[in-house]
Design a protein around this ligand. Structure first.
Ligand code: BG6
Length: 314
């Protein structure tokens, strides 16, 4: 049987790090590193890469991989005492062979279940026992679905609280030709202005400078329109009320050692997240947060697209 047809393959990636390749029968694929539980590739059935990974990404633990979909847990950014974006993206996850029933609406064979548990080392910085189960799945149409289930397994009776984000780096043709729809008129915290709260104007978001905002109470669907590529990404999310939008632009790009100076032109982070209202779990309780990504061809040119169709339509 040709390896092309194997739905789940354990392989080795950059620097010999373990990765899992998922393949759907119609040709789409995804790659997930055990380091970070980190999706580093998502290709459509034409073999086109849909995620951005920096050409300077290090793939050297414990430094998180620059690009793909880092998991931010148990802390988003510097919103707390832990290291930036928490530690889940810097840890080695395991394949979960003994997983409890995973609710899913996909019959796809192209999925993998990973697990991260509290370690003695991590207990020193975050003194809680947890099980974090992550399912990465490709749908028959090439959609990429990530489902996280986090359970409090503390035996001391104590609850814990966390913030979370799927820090997705989308690949775009030219950031100045991209617009994000679904976040108009919402309140946001501006990370570039001491997390102060503002209200977005009524137009789709476009990019002409550094942007780093946490949009609050966002709809379950957000669309990224790539005019030049004639492609629209649709993000559907559940359990994740907030959405971070980030592009470092030129100065911050130059300051990041694992990011090319001009690469900001070809990426955009839109991150399904739970930040403003942290999640609290009592012992035995479980939280679920899901994001589903699809990439659809769009024949957008100014004035033609009805944003409602993208956000409400199929
Ligand atoms: C974004 C944050 O989610 O991640 C930004 O909003 C941050 O403030 C960016 O700069 C990248 O973070 P890091 O730790 O991966 O360099």
């Amino acid at each position: 049987m040709s390896s092309e047809r194997v739905p789940v393959e354990l392989s080795q990636g950059v620097n010999g790090l373990d990765k899992i390749i998922l393949r759907e029968t119609r040709g789409s694929s995804a790659e997930v590193y055990l380091f970070g539980g980190h999706v580093t590739s998502w290709k459509n059935d034409h073999g086109e890469e849909l995620l951005f990974v920096s050409s300077k990404a290090l793939f050297k633990p414990p430094k998180a991989i620059r690009g793909g979909i880092p998991i931010c847990f148990p802390q988003f950014s510097n919103h707390g005492p832990l290291e930036q974006h928490g530690f889940a993206r810097n840890r080695f996850w395991s394949i979960d062979t003994d997983r409890p029933a995973f609710p899913t609406n996909s019959s796809s064979k192209a999925h993998i279940d990973l697990i991260l548990r509290s370690s003695e080392e991590d207990m020193k910085i975050w003194p809680h026992s947890y099980e974090f189960r992550l399912r990465v799945a490709l749908g028959p149409g090439g959609d990429l679905m990530l489902t996280s289930r986090i359970r409090n397994t503390n035996t001391d009776g104590k609850p814990f609280t966390f913030t979370f984000a799927y820090h997705t780096y989308f690949s775009v043709s030219d950031i100045s030709e991209v617009r994000v729809e679904g976040l108009e008129t919402l309140d946001y915290l501006d990370n570039l202005q001491n997390k102060e709260r503002f209200t977005e104007q009524g137009d789709a978001i476009t990019f002409e400078t550094e942007l780093d905002k946490i949009y609050l109470s966002t709809p379950t669907k957000i669309a990224i329109l790539d005019h030049e590529k004639k492609r629209t990404f649709v993000i559907r999310k559940d359990g994740l009320p907030d959405a971070v939008v980030w592009n470092p632009w030129d100065k911050k790009a130059k300051a990041m050692a694992d990011f090319g100076d001009d690469e900001y032109k070809h990426m955009l982070c839109v991150e399904a997240a739970a930040i403003e209202k942290p999640i609290t779990l009592k012992p035995g309780e479980e939280w679920r947060g899901r994001q589903e990504l699809s990439a659809v061809p769009s024949s957008y040119c100014s004035g033609q697209l009805d944003p409602q169709k993208v956000l409400l339509g199929s």
